[in-house]
Design a protein around this ligand. Structure first.
Ligand SMILES: Nc1ncnc2c1ncn2[C@@H]1O[C@H](COP(=O)(O)OP(=O)(O)OP(=O)(O)O)[C@@H](O)[C@H]1O
Ligand SMILES: [Mg+2]
Length: 306
């Protein structure tokens, strides 16, 4: 790639008019500078991503992404459709392992431990790093069972004949966990009288909060959310937004959103991906929205393309 400016020059000069030629389609010869994505924050990162690349067959969907994610905060991932946000998010708990065509190269560390280690325990990993998807996907079971399924699978709650035989029936612990998780997800008041009803009878917004409660029930450290409010009405959306802000006091939240106002409202830092699977800029949310370094990022967040 050719560009007359080198990194040291950009550090002091910032963006210059001659640096880019942007079109309305967002095409540009702008070159991403390391300083734009080298986000400086206090404390140690919860997740540390280094030179992450993803290919689907020959399609290079994510290119050399390096990004440290601070704990107990909300990190928003934004960018136009197809730029690799979901791909990136799925890399953070190895969900892409399930996609046959995907090839992943690079490193993701959770508190300094490589999650792509061939000996990594994927069940344990996905317990520590939970995920909430775009469309609510409750199990076709009761509200209560949706919450207790994970903890039972992980052996935190024992139920059934065998457990009873050994005097280890944890029904009370289960009820407490169900109540705590539903309260955390701001759903308890709406469902406390119908815990044994099928979860598919809930509204979309309620189902999404149930999925968040289900994710919280296994006591994760990181919660990945892929456009969790995109299918919801404004009231349900604002409930999810309040919830995300509340959760970030105790959890590390990484959230994909197409809604710029939402990213500005709820996130502490924002990462902007642009076409071609490139992380272009990553910084405090205020900085990204008020004074981005990249012309393409400015054009994108002000709605000139995307
Ligand atoms: N399972 C898959 N198999 C093949 N290609 C895929 C697969 N998933 C994603 N891709 C391709 O990878 C690129 C990035 O897709 P991704 O879903 O990560 O984008 P995105 O930023 O989440 O888009 P959107 O905002 O529309 O959800 C796209 O070109 C897409 O076609
Ligand atoms: Mg996506």
């Amino acid at each position: 790639m050719s560009n007359a400016l080198d990194d040291s020059e950009t550090e002091t000069t910032g963006r210059t008019a001659s640096q880019t030629t942007t079109t309305t389609a967002g095409e540009s010869d702008e070159r991403v500078r390391e300083a734009w994505t080298d986000y400086d924050f206090a404390g140690t990162p919860k997740l540390s991503v280094e030179d992450l690349n993803v290919w689907y067959g020959d399609d290079h969907a994510l290119k050399d992404v390096s990004m440290d994610i601070p704990e107990n905060s909300v990190t928003a991932l934004v960018g136009p459709s197809g730029c690799g946000k979901s791909t990136y998010l799925r890399c953070l708990n190895r969900m892409n392992d399930r996609i046959k065509a995907a090839r992943i190269d690079g490193s993701v560390e959770l508190e300094g431990t490589e999650i792509y280690d061939p000996n990594a325990n994927l069940v344990e990993l996905r317990k520590r790093i939970g995920m909430v998807f775009q469309s609510p996907n409750p199990f076709p079971k009761s509200i209560r069972e949706n919450i207790s399924y994970g903890p039972r699978k992980h052996g935190n709650i024992e139920k059934g004949l065998l457990a009873r035989l050994f005097g280890r029936d944890d029904t009370e612990a289960e009820y407490e966990l169900v109540e705590r998780s539903l309260k955390q997800a701001a759903l308890w008041d709406e469902v406390e009288d119908r815990l044994d009803d099928n979860a598919l009878g809930l509204s979309g917004g309620q189902q999404q909060r149930l999925c968040i409660a289900r994710c919280l029930a296994v006591d994760p450290e990181v919660i990945l959310m892929d456009e969790p409010a995109s299918a919801l009405d404004p009231i349900a959306t604002s409930k999810i937004e309040d919830l995300v802000e509340e959760l970030s006091k105790e959890y590390t939240v990484v959230i994909v959103t197409h809604n710029m106002q939402q990213a500005a409202r709820i996130s502490d830092q924002t990462a902007v991906f642009l076409t071609g699977g490139e992380l272009v800029e990553y910084d405090d949310t205020d900085k990204i929205f008020e004074n981005p370094e990249s012309q393409r990022v400015e054009d994108y967040i002000t709605g000139k393309f995307g």
